[in-house]
Structures are given as structure tokens and as C-alpha cells.
Design a protein around this ligand. Structure first.
Ligand code: COA
Length: 327
């Protein structure tokens, strides 16, 4: 039996940092409110003209270097993003070119904040069916140019960045991706959306530039849905594996909001000390948040060979997803 194993991680954050105190000067908000309600202290901001692929490519390169794998060995690149460089071509193709992965097939996955786990599940399926041996899964976002800076409910939440993992096919030794679980409910698509810029409301229809391409969110409703979906996803990932909540070494959730993360982990019965949180430094980076957190956790020595790591995400769609990995 073949299994896919995560053999390298990497990340890239843009240089510029926007703190909560900077936001206090731009809108009616406070560091105290943002920290209490979300856990966020600062976020990184891409430079003008810097696209998701400009962040995704360095993250992918670092993941390959950490894995000791040459770009030419990559068979397939999945880029997970809600903020692609262009409507088309896929951002994965641009990353393929930038890192020189000439042999790789490439496409994008759109599942908002759940996209990285959707991408991981896709890569894992391709590897287990024998089609590919080496796959890069990249989460890359430039969300700050999708914000209406007059809307304090959304502007304080999101940040830019990229994270990447390299998966490699291995004969099963009990290590690697053990399970993946994906879910969706399109009936709630209006809770979190960028309403314009697609085929329904193209770019030239609204008189207000900031409204038409910005993130729109029903925060409190999303909060309720998120806690329930996070808990479900976490439980589903463990189902039938013989791995219990107590066996988990680390829970790496999508970094949406510390209150959502801890409400969900409490529901599942997970010790808070095993929950990895880096949202204070990076904000919500949507599809980039889990691979960024994984790379941080690796660099801090929180994940070791044999560690049971649970990933869970929730986002627009609505979508939710989880994976259990034995490192
Ligand atoms: N600064 C100060 N006050 C703010 C604010 C800000 N940045 N944003 C909203 N407020 C105000 C509201 O206007 C409201 O004021 P009012 O009572 O006078 O009307 C008050 O704070 C409470 O607003 P509410 O939206 O009920 O707050 P909340 O406790 O639900 O927190 C969120 C708001 C956005 C932090 C919270 O709903 C949330 O995290 N939702 C999920 C968001 C998310 O994770 N999105 C990504 C999903 S992957």
C-alpha cells in the first residue's frame, strides 16, 4: 500500500506589517477589541503588485529545500487560493514557472479557508492511486487587497502570506496522511463572499470600487457555523483510525479566530496546550493559514516523527475539511 508523507514545509510572509495600533489610526477600532474578539495582534501586507504566486513560489522553494527535493522532481502542484493572481491562468501554473518545476502538472483549488485541506486530500488521492510521486500543495493569499478598509468587521481579520508542503509517495510504514474528510453546504454561500468580480456581477457594474470587490461577511452567523463544523471535522478525521483525542500531539486548525478555535477544541475534548495558534502574528490568511502554522510548528519543534497531527478548517462555501497525519 502506498501512503503520502509530508516531507517538507515552507512559508513566505511579505515584509510589511500592519499592527492593530496602525488600524486604530485608520478606523474606529482598538487593539483591545481586536485581541479580545479574534486573538489577532498584527498581519502582513503584500506590496502593491505582489501576487499570490509571488508569495507561493518562495514558500514552495523552501518546502522543497527542507525536503531535499529538486523542483524538477515535482509531478504536480496544487495551489489553494481565494485570491489568485488572475481569474486565469491558474496561480499553480505561475508558481510552476517561478520555481522551475518543468515536469509538473498544475491547477488551483478554490474552497476558501478549507482549500488547503481540500488540496491536501486531492494530492493524497493522486499519490495513493499511483498517478504521482511528488506533489507540492501551496496555500497562497493576498487578501488585503480584497478588503474594504472602511469596514471594521472584516478589515481587522485578514492578512497575506503563503505556506507549502511537499508530499511524497512511500510504501506504507504507518506514517503519512491517515485520513481526510471534506464537507460543504452551498445553501449558506452568502454568509462569506466576495459578491462581485465573477460572472454574475462583473467588474464594471458597481459604481463603488471598494464595495464591489471586497469581502462581505455575516460574522456572528459564521462564528456559530464555524464552531459546529470545526468540531464535526475534527471528530470525522479520527473516525475508524484507532487514534483518540488523547493520542493527538498537536491540533493545527485554520487560524480564523482564537475564540472559534478554543470553542471547537474544548467541544472535542482537546487539551488547549495541544492546540497550535499563530494568529496573533499573521491574522487570518485563509488558504495559507494551515500550511503557515504547520511550518511554524515544525520550526518550533512542536512536530516530530511519529507525532499525530490533526488539521481542521472551515470557510466560505460553506466548506469544512480535516485530516489526520502521523508525521
Ligand atoms: N472594532 C470595534 N468594534 C467592532 C469591530 C471592530 N473591528 N467590528 C465590529 N465591531 C462592533 C460591532 O459594530 C458591534 O457593535 P454594536 O454592538 O454597537 O452594534 C459589536 O462590535 C459586536 O459586533 P459583533 O459582530 O456581534 O461581534 P462579534 O463578537 O461577533 O465579533 C467577529 C465579530 C467578526 C470577530 C466574529 O463574529 C467572528 O470572528 N466571526 C467569524 C469570522 C471569521 O472567522 N471569518 C472567517 C471564517 S474562515
Amino acid at each position: 500500500m502506498i501512503r503520502s508523507r509530508i516531507v517538507g514545509t515552507g512559508q513566505c510572509l511579505p515584509e510589511k506589517i500592519l499592527t492593530n495600533h496602525d488600524l486604530e489610526k485608520m478606523m474606529d477600532t482598538s487593539d483591545e477589541w481586536i485581541r479580545q474578539r479574534t486573538g489577532i495582534g498584527q498581519r502582513h501586507l503584500a506590496a502593491p503588485g505582489q501576487g499570490a504566486s509571488d508569495l507561493g513560489a518562495p514558500a514552495a522553494r523552501e518546502a522543497l529545500e527542507n525536503a531535499g527535493i529538486e523542483p524538477g522532481e515535482v509531478d504536480f502542484i496544487v495551489c489553494c487560493t481565494t485570491t489568485p493572481d488572475y481569474l486565469f491562468p491558474a496561480t499553480a501554473c505561475l508558481i510552476q514557472d517561478k520555481i522551475g518545476a518543468k515536469q509538473a502538472a498544475a491547477f488551483d483549488v478554490s474552497a476558501a479557508c478549507s482549500a488547503f485541506v481540500y488540496g491536501l486530500a486531492t494530492a493524497d488521492a493522486f499519490i495513493r492511486c499511483g498517478m504521482y510521486k511528488t506533489v507540492l500543495v501551496v496555500g497562497a493569499e493576498v487578501l488585503t487587497n480584497r478588503l474594504n478598509w472602511k469596514r471594521r468587521d472584516t478589515a481587522v481579520l485578514f492578512g497575506d502570506g503563503a505556506g507549502a508542503v511537499v508530499l511524497r509517495a512511500e510504501e506504507d510504514t504507518g506514517h503519512g496522511v491517515l485520513t481526510t474528510y471534506l464537507g460543504a453546504n452551498g445553501a449558506h454561500s452568502e454568509i462569506l463572499t466576495v459578491p462581485s468580480g465573477g460572472s454574475v456581477k462583473p467588474f464594471d457594474e458597481s459604481p463603488d470600487d471598494e464595495e464591489r470587490v471586497a469581502i462581505y461577511m455575516k460574522g456572528p452567523e459564521l462564528f456559530r457555523q464555524a464552531v459546529a463544523a470545526f468540531s464535526l471535522a475534527a471528530e470525522k478525521a479520527l473516525e475508524g483510525t484507532g487514534v483518540s483525542v488523547d493520542d493527538l500531539d498537536l491540533f493545527v486548525p485554520h487560524q480564523a479566530n482564537t475564540r472559534i478555535i478554543y470553542s471547537a477544541s474544548d467541544r472535542v475534548g482537546l487539551d488547549r496546550g495541544k492546540v497550535y495558534v499563530n494568529i496573533e502574528r499573521v491574522g487570518n490568511t485563509t488558504a495559507a493559514s494551515i500550511p503557515l502554522a504547520l511550518d511554524d510548528a515544525m520550526k518550533e519543534g512542536r512536530i516530530k516523527t511519529g507525532s499525530h497531527v490533526l488539521l481542521a478548517a472551515f470557510g466560505a462555501g460553506l466548506t469544512w475539511a480535516s485530516a489526520l497525519v502521523r508525521w
